[in-house]
Design a protein around this ligand. Sequence first.
Ligand code: URA
Ligand code: CA
Length: 443
Amino acid sequence: MRTVDLIHRKRNGGELTTDEINWLIAGYVQGSIPDYQVSAWAMTVYYQGMSARETADLTLAMAASGDQVDLSGIPGIKVDKHSTGGVGDTTTLVVAPLVAAAGVPVAKMSGRGLGHTGGTVDKLEAIPGFQVERSKEQFLQQVRDIGIAVVGQSGNLTPADKKLYGLRDVTATVDSIPLIASSIMSKKIASGADRIVLDVKTGKGAFMKTLDDAVALARAMVEIGTEVGRETVAVITNMDEPLGPSIGNALEVIEAIDTLRGQGPAELTELCLELAAHMVYLGGKAAAYEEALQQVTELLRNGAALDKLKQFIEAQEGNGAIVNAPDLLPQADFRLEVPAPQDGYVSEIDAESLGVTAMMLGAGRATKEDRIDLAVGLKLNKRVGDPVKAGEALAELYMNRHEAEETSSILRRTIAAFSFADEPVERPKLMYAVVTKDGVRYM
Ligand code: URA
Ligand code: CA
């Protein structure tokens, strides 16, 4: 087999066979196929696309390129959840204990945050004592015992994806739907998921700027899931503002606790229930989606999901008392209100920019080596559609450092993330569509 022949065929609109894709990926990871040829291949995929079969083959080849987590020792159907690029996305902290309370085993490996997006592992580490590192045996045993464990990613998961993603980043081939879809799905499959629920973001702050593109990406991922026997459901959600008002590690833990108590922000609550219901249904714990939705709604209402969170925290050596006493979490030294620059209505909130602001406050990492401050972040007081008066607080910054110069630039950045209109603005939709193997249902 010669790489140049594969590139040539793909360039001319042909397809690669399963063996050829496996050979290409294995050769790339081993180093026998050089970057420049894989770059050329990625660019042909960018222009020519890939068939559903090729996309599924690429996904499995990348999933098999490193360690694969074996969850077969845990009884039941393991359902994983993934969100594409969330800022202040607190859903995992809510959804994981919620579905565990419904009897769906949660054996989750999560990442740390990088750049403007937060990571679940960092948020969990805001809980005093919480351990994200467990041996494989401890991890599996905890899921068998209490139905839930969330640990940091370890080992060598999908090295092919890591290498290819780095290459795509510098060859203008990131925004190819089959490449994004296979990248995301390869990681979920290597982490051992039997079924997958995806939250695909659309809007200014998301990879997929338009609803059509988000639906196309969701369809590609659902198709891969169907093709490889891991049923997948995708919910398309809005990212024209951050989901839930808190951005920052300890702040989001508090937001999650409020939500599990039934006192969370309305939209975060609604999306968590939606995602959890799909997971419970796919996990075989309800006969229909509607029944699953009723079930998880009840588990929020009766406190069972919050109890599960406490049990989960304690199983990983964290202080479970935080669920009733959030002031045990790291606290920022001071708060600063961000004043509205004008009267009007909030028309847009740039989630990505606020993610960067939270990072500048110390809540996130600019590079992998950065240490983060778990206490800091920001909380939005206004959402899209809200009326505001000049001088009223748009948001509150939770800060630990304060050099005047930095503070004023952070204030300016936060204000600039808000857009205003003179006329009333309609609230954007939270959810646009659900994509399943049976098709797209617009909401
Ligand atoms: N997220 C991923 O994991 N992979 C991509 O290719 C794009 C976004
Ligand atoms: Ca949030």
